[in-house]
Write a protein that binds this ligand. Structure first.
Ligand SMILES: Nc1ncnc2c1ncn2[C@@H]1O[C@H](COP(=O)(O)OP(=O)(O)OP(=O)(O)O)[C@@H](O)[C@H]1O
Ligand SMILES: [Mg+2]
Length: 334
């Protein structure tokens, strides 16, 4: 049986206005989120991960952002939603967790009130029910003394505790979808592991689908079921997590994996020099990764690269992967 689709993104383009001209930061992204899965979006800084997240829930400033394409949720296109319609689903059907909990929480308000606020907006609980649900949520995200924490201000909590509070807020209305944008980047490794475990545990309880945005392949491996690898506004590879780690094909994916040090490996690390080009200087034609692998000849790239399904549910953009080899590995082909 095919799993249930929660969200279907089709040909998404999100462009920012820079000196009177619009440039696509997200350029033709197709992506589906299924019920019960953790879908990771991974890629270097600036490749467009957060832009996708913000497009889903209409968090961009409309004065200088254009979003087109389809983001289908419950048979409706969120791209066409008004601010009022978006407000109805934000925080209720779609919850978010962002990188910096301190920036997402109101510094002047006690934790308990901030959690209850979301309940005031989206539920018809009375005061007592809200208070009870708030304490229950704090307990659910592993806070030992919910009553005490509810009475504290954000600055009185540690980073990990604050992130737990944000997860409690995101879960407060039992959303169908959770978007977690670099939820553990600001935390140290042990706390990061605890928060990721908590996220997946709670996700199993409420059967939500999670879009997990990260640049950390360790987080991908630990948490996700499926991965979309992004480069310069486009998805270059998408596959099940196990398949992607076992059989990475796109040169960019391979370079991401090769640049992660393995404790038990004597192998040399391969690093592909360069960085994601900025929006203005992005080559709009051809394979966007080509400038970073100049030793692969032009004829090996497609003129208009698309995602090909190379094996079941494994998609790769451009044909250049077929002849790709790392520059310094003796030219061995894959
Ligand atoms: N509000 C904005 N105005 C103009 N350009 C923007 C805006 N937000 C993002 N961009 C540009 O869009 C591109 C994608 O940015 P985005 O924040 O989505 O990247 P990201 O993959 O989330 O990176 P990071 O890992 O650093 O969070 C970048 O070139 C960025 O400079
Ligand atoms: Mg980001």
């Amino acid at each position: 049986m095919e799993s249930e689709k929660l969200l279907e993104i089709k040909n998404l383009h999100t462009a920012f206005k820079l000196q009177n001209e619009y440039f696509d930061a997200v350029d033709g992204v197709d992506l589906t989120l299924y019920k019960n899965e953790v879908l990771a979006i991974v890629g270097e800084s600036g490749c467009g991960k957060s832009t996708i997240a913000n497009s889903i829930v209409g968090l961009h400033n409309k004065n200088y952002t254009k979003v087109s394409g389809e983001i289908i949720y419950n048979d409706e296109n969120l791209v066409e939603y008004s601010e009022k319609q978006l407000n109805e689903i934000r925080g209720k059907e779609i919850g978010f967790i962002f990188q910096d909990p301190l920036a997402s929480l109101n510094p002047l308000q006690k934790i308990g009130i901030q959690i209850e606020e979301s309940l005031i907006y989206h539920t018809d609980f009375d005061k007592e029910q809200r208070h009870e649900r708030m304490l229950q949520l704090l307990d659910q995200v592993g806070i030992i003394n919910p009553k005490r924490t509810a009475n504290q201000f954000p600055h009185q909590l540690s980073g990990g505790m604050r992130q737990r509070v944000l997860i409690a807020i995101a879960l407060s209305c039992k959303p169908e979808i959770i978007i977690a944008d670099e939820p553990t980047t600001a935390l140290d490794v042990t706390i990061q592991a605890q928060i990721l475990d908590l996220l997946t545990e709670l996700q199993n309880e409420i059967n939500a689908g999670i879009i997990l945005i990260t640049h950390d392949l360790g987080v991908v491996a630990q948490t996700s079921n499926r991965v979309a690898v992004m480069y310069a506004g486009q998805i270059v590879e998408c596959a099940d997590t196990i398949e992607l780690f076992k059989n990475p094909l796109h040169p960019y994916t391979r370079s991401l994996l090769q640049s992660v040090p393995q404790a038990d490996s004597q192998e040399e690390l391969h690093v592909i020099q360069g960085m994601v080009p900025s929006l203005k200087y992005l080559e709009r034609q051809g394979c966007r990764f080509a400038p970073r692998i100049p030793w692969i000849s032009e004829s090996e790239h497609e003129k208009n690269p698309v995602l090909h399904e190379v094996s079941k549910d494994h998609f790769v953009r451009c044909t250049c992967w077929k002849n790709f080899h790392f520059k310094d590995d003796g030219g061995s082909k894959i």
